[in-house]
Each structure stands twice: as structure tokens, then as C-alpha cells.
Design a protein around this ligand. Sequence first.
Ligand SMILES: NC(=O)c1ccc[n+]([C@@H]2O[C@H](COP(=O)([O-])OP(=O)(O)OC[C@H]3O[C@@H](n4cnc5c(N)ncnc54)[C@H](O)[C@@H]3O)[C@@H](O)[C@H]2O)c1
Ligand SMILES: O=C(O)[C@H]1O[C@@H](O)[C@H](O)[C@@H](O)[C@@H]1O
Length: 296
Amino acid sequence: MRILFTGGSGKAGRHATAYLRDQGHRVTNLDWAPSDTPGIAHLTTDLTDAGQVFNACRAYASPDELEPGTGVPQYDAIVHFAAIPAILHRPDNETYRINTLSTYNVLDAATKLGIPKVIFASSETTYGICFADGEVKPDYLPVDEEHPTVPQDSYAMSKVVNEVTARSFQARSGIDIYGLRINNVIEPHEYREMFPAFMENPALRRRNIFAYIDARDLGRMVECCLQTDGLGYQVFNVANDDLSVSLTSAEVIERFYPDVPLKREMEEFETFYSNEKARRLVGFVPNHSWRDELAQ
Ligand SMILES: NC(=O)c1ccc[n+]([C@@H]2O[C@H](COP(=O)([O-])OP(=O)(O)OC[C@H]3O[C@@H](n4cnc5c(N)ncnc54)[C@H](O)[C@@H]3O)[C@@H](O)[C@H]2O)c1
Ligand SMILES: O=C(O)[C@H]1O[C@@H](O)[C@H](O)[C@@H](O)[C@@H]1O
């Protein structure tokens, strides 16, 4: 497929673009920061500028696309990852402005230009736990896509708004738009750097509901979404199968969530950030675990 990927110069995007390239897709990265991923075309673009977004959607991606002499090819999908990825990087209103405007522009361009699928990065923070003032506990466990999304911070607010925007664009256009409520992204080198501290002090993972998502498995989830058509508007939690601490699920519940209702029985080390919907609807099967990474 010919894929337009936004935010491919960033942490998650670097891995996802490489994964998609390795699956045989032609990937063009739109980002205002440079990219050095081999085999990925790059177009420096400010996504808050609608003109640049519309133009990039209808532009050649690389010199070889000039050869057939048949004009600019159409993109098969947009994967939209570009964003200010948390609070505290920019003033709150700038995070909100950049994230909501960029996403509006991408969805507007995709639907008006006939691009049939958009996959966009939403966030675990929509559940209101990650960047809360003080401790907020989930309403129930495991957290699934039915859990309320009433966050208090501008970053998570921008992601909730983006989901609403996406739902409305989908209703008007009928294309497939899938939102990924991504948990905390872990790159391969971060297992050794970060996980020993999580074993020592599991409370470090409280704001992530003790979950995580391997950056390569996130690429796998994007591929699953590209391969699954016809679902209309959907949001999916994206996390690995196990917790990011060495305690069992029962031990974490006893220590951190004694009063939180359980929706169902949980397996011994099962994540509290349910990926059941992603498994069921797009066939997502994560391939990595911190246990294997640290054992190597
Ligand atoms: N890292 C995580 O743990 C995590 C978790 C959940 C969701 N997410 C979401 O996943 C996506 C990727 O996150 P990341 O950690 O790779 O962030 P990142 O900051 O490393 O990458 C984001 C990229 O987007 C680009 N960008 C931002 N605004 C832009 C604009 N207006 N125009 C052009 N380029 C722009 C940046 O230059 C950067 O390269 C984001 O949408 C983020 O909110 C990340
Ligand atoms: O976007 C998000 O949800 C992420 O933002 C990052 O900055 C946080 O460190 C991470 O825990 C969140 O998962």
C-alpha cells in the first residue's frame, strides 16, 4: 500500500514506519522534524497548516513516482501519529491547539480527497489517570474501551476531542477511521534502561495502569488495522499482554486497587489495559514481552 504517515520522525513513528516498510508498504513521512529512517520518503510539513496537509496528500513522494508518467498516485491510507506527545512540553493551550488542529486537517484532507482509511494515535491518557492531579484510579478493571474518558489535562483533552472529530468525519464520509488508545510506548533499548526500576518500585507504573506497549508491537497493530477494512469508526486500546511490573495481577490489585471493581477474573500476569477488542476485531497479537527482552 502507499501510506502517508505523520509523525514518523518521532519515538513511536520511527518504529512503526520501519515496521510498515518491512511489510512491503511505500511510506511517506510528514513531519516538521527531519527523519533518517532508510527507505522512508520524507516531506517537511507543518500539519497545523491545512494548505500544507492538502498539498502533501496529493504530492509525489519520491522521484521514481515520476517515471510511469501517469500523474500523482493516490494514498491508500493515512497513519496520523504527529502530536505534542504529552503535557509539559509546551504551554497547555499550544498542546491543545497543535494536536486538535493537526488532526482536524488530516481528517478533513483524507475525507475530501478520497483517501479511504485513517488510523490515528489517541492515548491511554484519555481515561484520565495518567496526567491527573494526584491519584485517580480506574472505575473498574480491566480498563476497556467502554471506560469513561473524562481527563483533566490539555493533552488528553486534545486526544478526546480528536476522537470526537474522527467520529464525525467518519459519519459524514463513511470511510474507515480507527483510533489507537496507545499505552506507554517502550523502545527495545528501554527495557534494560527502565524495567529494573519498575521491578524495584511498581508504583512507578501506577499512572500507566501498570501496562506498556512495545514500539514494534505498535507497528504490528497499525498493520493489523491497515489489513482490516469495513469497521467504520473504532477505538482500540493498544497494550502488550502482560503487566510492566513483576507482581502478579492479584498482587497489584491488593496493593494498589483494593476497592476497584473487577469486571471479570484476570489471568496471573494479565494487563489491566485490555487489548481484547484489538485481538477480536483486527487480529492483533503482540509479539514481545519485557520478560523475554530482559532474559536475552
Ligand atoms: N510515547 C508514548 O508513550 C505515547 C503513548 C500514547 C500515545 N502516544 C501518541 O503517539 C504519537 C507519537 O508519539 P511519540 O511518543 O512518538 O511522540 P514524538 O514527539 O516522539 O513524535 C511526534 C512527532 O510529531 C511531530 N509533530 C508534532 N506536531 C507536528 C505538526 N504540527 N506538524 C508536523 N509534525 C509534527 C514531531 O516533530 C515528532 O517527530 C503521538 O500522537 C502521541 O500523542 C504516544
Ligand atoms: O501519550 C501518552 O499517552 C503517553 O504520554 C507520555 O508522555 C507518557 O509518558 C506516557 O505514559 C503516556 O502513555
